[in-house]
Design a protein around this ligand. Structure first.
Ligand code: GLA
Length: 720
C-alpha cells in the first residue's frame, strides 16, 4: 500500500517506489510537514520522526514555528496563505478542525489520500488531496473546497501546494525564466531570508516564468538531493519560496491570489489544479528522468502517448502570410522528398488574413488562396504520403474581422477604457458559453470536413483589461460585480480546457501542438490535453541549444518540437551550417521549418540524410533517458554542449556533441558518457568496441576542429 496511516491516525506516510512523504495532522487545521526524501527501510522509522517546532516569542506563531502543509489565513503565520476566504456576513477567517481521511485507489497507477477539514461550525469543508503515483516516484497535491452553508463563500486564495524544508535542507532555488524568443533560461539563486516569487499575471502560463521549480542544497547533474514540482495549470499562477529567520523554507504555489476571486454559492464546490512534485537523490538529471517518464506515461494524452512523433514540415517561415495553394503544394513535394511525414500549413489560410492586422476570428477558407478549398492541398499532401495539419488561434480576434463586428462584447474589456491591442488582436472571453460554442462549431466543422491529423493551437498575446461586458440596447456594459469579473482568469482556462477536451474527444486521431508565440503556454495542465509544444519562435540553432537545454529540466523530449530552418536565421541573421542546425533540431521531436524553395540539391540531400537517420534513432531520443553532459548555459568551463539519450533497456544510446565556445586553439575534448550498463559491451559507429564502464569513465576524445562542429555518436550494446 502506498499510503500508511499511523500514530492514532495522526501521521500519514505516502510512499512511492523510492521516496517517502510524511505529514502530521494536528487540530486547528495545522497540518505539519514532517519528511520528504528517500524511502526508509523500515516503517517504524516513520513513527520515530519528531515534528519540527521552534517555540520562540510572542512575535511568532503561538504553536511554534514549523513547516506547514496548509496555512489558513488570519493566524500568526505570515507566509503566503494556502487558503483565504470570507463570507457575506463579514467573517474573514475560520477555525479548521480535522474531520477524517479517505483512501481511494483511483487506478493501478494512482492512490489518493484526502484529508478532510471542517470549519468549526460545520459550514465549509476543505479537502487536501494527495495523489501517490507509486511507480513514478511522483505525488500530486490539490485542494477541494465545499460550501455546505446556505450562504455564499468567497475564496480569496486557494493554492494547491504547501510544503516545507527544514533548516539547512535546501539553499538554492532553480527556476525557468525568459521572454518571447528566449524561453526556458535556467536561473539558480541562493535562498536568503525573505520571499522569492515567480508568477504569471498575464492570463496564461507565460514565456517570462514557468510554473516549475527545483530546490536543492548541493546537487550536481548526477548527484545530490533535488526536490521539484510542476503546477498543471495554464492561467495565472504563482510559486513563493520563503526562508524565515530560523532557516525554515516554506514553499507554496498554485493559482495566484492576484486579482483572484471565486464565489461559491450554497452547495457549490471548487477544486484547484494539481501540483505534481517529486524527489530525486540523483541530482538534476535524476529529477528530469522522473519528470520526463511521468509525462510520457501519465500526463500526455492517451491517444498519442505511445506513438513516436512524426517528422513534420511547417510552412510559416517559408511563406508567412503569403499563402497560395500552388506554393504550398510545391513545398509539400519538397518536404515529402526529404522524408517529412506531416505537412502543416501555418497562419494565413483563412478569412482576410493577409497580415497580422486582420482576419483572426473568421475561420473560413480564403477562396482566393484556395479556389478549390483546402481539399486540393490535402489530397496533394496525402498523395505524397504525408498527413495534413493546420494552424489555428481560436482564442483571438482582430478588430478588423467579421467576428468582432458582430460580437464586440465577446472580448475582455473595461467598458469606458480603450482596448490595448497587441499584434492587432484582442482576447476572446472563453468564459462565455456562446464563445466556446462558436469555437467548437467552426473547429469541429473544419475537422469533420477535412482530413486533418494535426492542429497547432496558437495564442499570440497576453491579457489586458480583464473585464466582462454584455451588449444591451446597443451599449456594452458591465453587468457583473467586479469580484465576479475577477473569476474570468480561471474561467478562461476552464473554457479553453473544455474546448480542447471536446475536440480531442470528437477527433481523437488529431495530434495537438500547444503554442503561444513559441513556448508561452507550456505546463502540465495543457500537456494533459495537447501532445507536444512549440518550444520557441527562436529557430536559430545556437540560441535553441540553450532554450532546449533549459526546457529539458522540466519537459520531455518527445513533446518538445524543434525545427531545422534557414540560414541566415530570420531572427538574428546568424549563419550556421546545415549539419549543426539538423543536429540541434534532432534533440527533440524533429520538424523542418525552412523555405525549401531556397535550398539547393546538396542541402536537400543532406537534410534528407539526417531525417532518415533521425527516424532510426528517434525512439531513443523521444523515449529514452536524457543526460545533460555539458551545458550551454550553466557552466562555461566546457567548450561543448553534450546531450545524451539512453534507451530504457540501455541497449542503445545516442550522444549529440556541439562545439560551443572554442577557445585558444583547443582541439581535443574528453567526453564521458552516462547511463550505460557498466558491464556490457557497446560498439560505436566506427566499429570501436568497449564496455559501458570504459565509455563512462575513460571516455572518448572528441576532435573539435572548428566553429559549429557537431557530431552524433551512437552506441549499440553488443556481444563481448
Ligand atoms: C506565432 C507562432 C509562430 C507562427 C505565428 C503565426 O508566433 O509561434 O510559429 O505560427 O504565430 O502567426
Amino acid at each position: 500500500m502506498s499510503v500508511e496511516v499511523m500514530c492514532n491516525e495522526q501521521r500519514f506516510v505516502l510512499e512511492t517506489a523510492n521516496t517517502a512523504y510524511v505529514l502530521d495532522m494536528h487540530e486547528g487545521g495545522h497540518l505539519q510537514h514532517i519528511y520528504w526524501g528517500k524511502k526508509l527501510a523500515h516503517k517504524c522509522d516513520y513513527k520515530a520522526m519528531r515534528p519540527f517546532v521552534i517555540a520562540h516569542s510572542s512575535f511568532e506563531a503561538t504553536r511554534g514555528v514549523m513547516g506547514y502543509e496548509f496555512i489558513p489565513w488570519g493566524e500568526m503565520v505570515y507566509s503566503e496563505p494556502t487558503f483565504k476566504a470570507s463570507n457575506s456576513t463579514g467573517e474573514r477567517g475560520f477555525d479548521w478542525i480535522y474531520e477524517d481521511y479517505k483512501l481511494e485507489i483511483i487506478n493501478d497507477q494512482l492512490t489518493e489520500l484526502s484529508l478532510c477539514l471542517k470549519d468549526k461550525i460545520g459550514r465549509y469543508r476543505i479537502q487536501l488531496i494527495y495523489g501517490v503515483y507509486e511507480e513514478y516516484d511522483m505525488i500530486s497535491r490539490r485542494l477541494a473546497v465545499i460550501n455546505e452553508s446556505e450562504d455564499q463563500l468567497t475564496l480569496e486564495a486557494a493554492r494547491s501546494l504547501q510544503v516545507a524544508f527544514k533548516p539547512g535542507q535546501v539553499s538554492r532555488f532553480t527556476h525557468l525564466a525568459g521572454k518571447w524568443v528566449g524561453e526556458f533560461q535556467v536561473l539558480q539563486e541562493t535562498l536568503s531570508e525573505g520571499r522569492k516569487t515567480i508568477d504569471s499575471r498575464r492570463g496564461t502560463t507565460s514565456h517570462q516564468a514557468n510554473p516549475w521549480f527545483a530546490v536543492d542544497a548541493d546537487a550536481t547533474e548526477e548527484t545530490g538531493d533535488v526536490w521539484f514540482g510542476h503546477l498543471a495549470y495554464s492561467g495565472n499562477w504563482d510559486i513563493h519560496v520563503e526562508k524565515d529567520a530560523f532557516g525554515l523554507v516554506q514553499l507554496c504555489g498554485g493559482m495566484t491570489d492576484f486579482d483572484f476571486s471565486k464565489v461559491l454559492k450554497a452547495n457549490e464546490s471548487f477544486e484547484t489544479p494539481p501540483f505534481f512534485i517529486g524527489y530525486s537523490e540523483n541530482g538534476f538529471s535524476g529529477m528530469s528522468h522522473l519528470a520526463h517518464r511521468f509525462q510520457r506515461d501519465v500526463i500526455l494524452p492517451k491517444d498519442h502517448r505511445d506513438h513516436l512523433r512524426k517528422v513534420l514540415y511547417n510552412s510559416w517561415e517559408a511563406t508567412y502570410f503569403d499563402v497560395s495553394v500552388d506554393e504550398q503544394k510545391r513545398l509539400a513535394e519538397k518536404a515529402a522528398a526529404i522524408g517529412c511525414e506531416l505537412f502543416v500549413i501555418d497562419d494565413g489560410w483563412f478569412g482576410e488574413r493577409h497580415s497580422d492586422q486582420a482576419g483572426l476570428g473568421d475561420w473560413y477558407v480564403n477562396q482566393d488562396k484556395f479556389p478549390n478549398g483546402l481539399s486540393e492541398l490535402i489530397s496533394h499532401v496525402e498523395s505524397l504520403n504525408m498527413a495534413f495539419g493546420i494552424w489555428v488561434e481560436p482564442e483571438m480576434v482582430n478588430k478588423d474581422s467579421q467576428l468582432y463586428d458582430q460580437h464586440p462584447d465577446w472580448v475582455y474589456q473595461f467598458s469606458n477604457k480603450n482596448h490595448t491591442e497587441a499584434r492587432h488582436q484582442l482576447v476572446l472571453n472563453l468564459g462565455k458559453k456562446e464563445v466556446r460554442a462558436y469555437i467548437k462549431n467552426w473547429l469541429g466543422e473544419l475537422l469533420a470536413k477535412h482530413d486533418i491529423h494535426f492542429i497547432k493551437w496558437d495564442m499570440n498575446r497576453a491579457f489586458s483589461e480583464p473585464g466582462i461586458v454584455e451588449k444591451s440596447h446597443g451599449a456594452l456594459n458591465h453587468t457583473k460585480m467586479s469580484h465576479e469579473q475577477q473569476q474570468l482568469w480561471m474561467e478562461h482556462v476552464k473554457g479553453l480546457y473544455e474546448v480542447i477536451d471536446h475536440i480531442k474527444r470528437k477527433h481523437p486521431h488529431v495530434v495537438i501542438e500547444t503554442c503561444s508565440g513559441g513556448g508561452g503556454r507550456v505546463d502540465l495542465g495543457i500537456l494533459q490535453r495537447t501532445d507536444q509544444f512549440w518550444t520557441s519562435d527562436n529557430t536559430d540553432a545556437v540560441d535553441r541549444l540553450s532554450i532546449q537545454y533549459g526546457a529539458s529540466f522540466a519537459y520531455n523530449a518527445k513533446a518538445m518540437m524543434c525545427w531545422i530552418t534557414d540560414s541566415p536565421n530570420w531572427l538574428n541573421q546568424r549563419e550556421v551550417p546545415l549539419t549543426y542546425r539538423c543536429h540541434v533540431a534532432m534533440l527533440g521531436a524533429l520538424g523542418v521549418g525552412g523555405n525549401l524553395d531556397h535550398w539547393d540539391d546538396i542541402e536537400l540531400a543532406e537534410a534528407a540524410k539526417w531525417i532518415a537517420y533521425y527516424k532510426e534513432i528517434r525512439r531513443t531520443v523521444q523515449e529514452g533517458n536524457q543526460y545533460r553532459l555539458a551545458s550551454p548555459t550553466i557552466s562555461s568551463r566546457t567548450n561543448y554542449t553534450g546531450i545524451q539519450y539512453v534507451s530504457e533497456d540501455k541497449k542503445h544510446s545516442v550522444v549529440f556533441l556541439f562545439e560551443d565556445g572554442l577557445k585558444y586553439g583547443e582541439q581535443l575534448t574528453l567526453i564521458k558518457f552516462k547511463g550505460l550498463d557498466p558491464e556490457a559491451y557497446y560498439k560505436d559507429q566506427s566499429g570501436f568496441k568497449a564496455t559501458g564502464s570504459f565509455f563512462m569513465n575513460a571516455g572518448i576524445q572528441w576532435q573539435l576542429s572548428k566553429q559549429y562542429t557537431s557530431e552524433i555518436y551512437e552506441l549499440h550494446k553488443c556481444e563481448e
